[in-house]
Design a protein around this ligand. Structure first.
Ligand code: ATP
Ligand code: SF4
Ligand code: MG
Length: 316
């Protein structure tokens, strides 16, 4: 069943002298127990998209248009009082730096117990048992409950952070660059952990990353963002077998062991667009080796091959 359905979402930052179109007309959905990877280079609007789902876009940013249907309720219209019952409970977040979310002065176990008591309505004693279970579930021995965050390695802190995120018994976890600070082996372990938690608890995950290779292994679907637009969206198999958007091909080219058919496209010069003054038409056109006249004028519509979506004038 569809858990989250985003329609026509626009999120802009209103600076004194400019409007930054960070997320522009994005549509996407995620079903129960699904893992969605959101990929794209720095400044493409990934974090803004993630934050908008929990309605934490910082000012001067705001949701300008669109719907975010979570369990069929439009979060965009939901008053803050109702939203605060969903945020950090039904939808929880994992960030890049666990130290921003873990209290350095509190034992890991106490932090977990506090979260469980608050969100799951269990007694202190039951919560302590659950805390141990969650810690073990994320691969940390239960006897480390008494440790403080600084006694953990970077990878363990990120695991503890994930234990905190699942301790609210959420339906959806949004993880924004959850492994960027970690070495590749730990990155892969954390990705496997997401996959395991999806199997065991049926939680859906949105994993935001600039590195498509780390989500290819675990995600069911991938959404590719470029300059605030979702330019391609499809199953991992579809993207792997036949990436459609020239930008997606470029991202995949950087992944070892993936052969991309289009040989002309080796290196894309240029910078990501300035979202306060994005290029007209397709925002990728200044860097695209396939750009045609129409690309400079018209924003490409969504085109579908079954469920596989692309926004590019090459497919018309
Ligand atoms: P990164 O990979 O670097 O984390 P991102 O894909 O998460 O990038 P966002 O952080 O969502 O991208 O930024 C999208 C655009 O919105 C960028 O142009 C950025 O400069 C702008 N932006 C983000 N946060 C703010 C803010 N608080 N005020 C003004 N502009 C912002
Ligand atoms: Fe390239 Fe045009 Fe497709 Fe944009 S719409 S990616 S410029 S071919
Ligand atoms: Mg970001």
């Amino acid at each position: 069943m569809t858990l989250l359905d985003i329609k026509g979402l626009k999120v802009y930052y209103y600076l004194p002298d400019a409007v930054v179109r960070a997320v522009d007309k994005v549509d996407l959905s995620i079903s129960d127990g699904e893992i969605l990877g959101i990929v794209g280079e720095s400044g493409s609007g990934k974090s803004t998209l993630g934050l908008s789902i929990v309605k934490l876009v910082p000012p001067p940013g705001r949701i300008v248009e669109g719907e975010i249907l979570f369990e069929r309720v439009n979060l965009v219209k939901l008053p803050e009082k109702e939203m605060s019952k969903i945020r950090g409970k039904k939808i929880s977040m994992v960030f890049q730096d666990p130290l921003t979310s873990l209290d350095p002065l509190m034992r890991i176990g106490d932090q977990l117990v506090e979260t469980i008591v608050t969100h799951q309505n269990l007694s202190e004693e039951e919560s302590r048992k659950m805390a141990k279970k969650y810690l073990e579930m994320v691969g940390i021995p239960g006897d480390r409950l008494r440790d403080y965050p600084h006694q953990f390695s970077g990878g363990m802190r990120q695991r503890a952070m994930i234990a905190m995120a699942i301790a609210t018994s959420p339906r959806l976890v949004i993880a924004d660059e959850p492994t960027t600070a970690l070495d590749v082996i730990v990155q892969a372990q954390i990705m496997k952990l997401f996959s395991k938690l999806r199997e065991e608890l049926g939680i859906s995950f949105i994993i935001i990353t600039h590195d498509i290779s780390i989500v290819m292994e675990v995600a069911d679907k991938i959404g590719v963002m470029y300059g605030g637009h979702l330019v391609e969206y499809g199953s991992v198999e579809e993207l792997y077998e036949e990436p459609l958007h020239p930008y997606t091909k470029e991202l995949l080219r950087a992944v070892p062991n993936i052969e991309v058919k289009d040989v002309e496209l080796r290196y894309i010069p240029g910078d990501p667009p300035d979202l306060s003054n994005p290029p007209p038409g397709c925002r990728f056109h200044p860097r695209c080796p396939h750009a045609m006249d129409i690309c400079k004028e018209e924003i490409p519509d969504k085109r579908f091959r079954n469920e596989h979506m692309v926004r590019c004038h090459l497919y018309g």
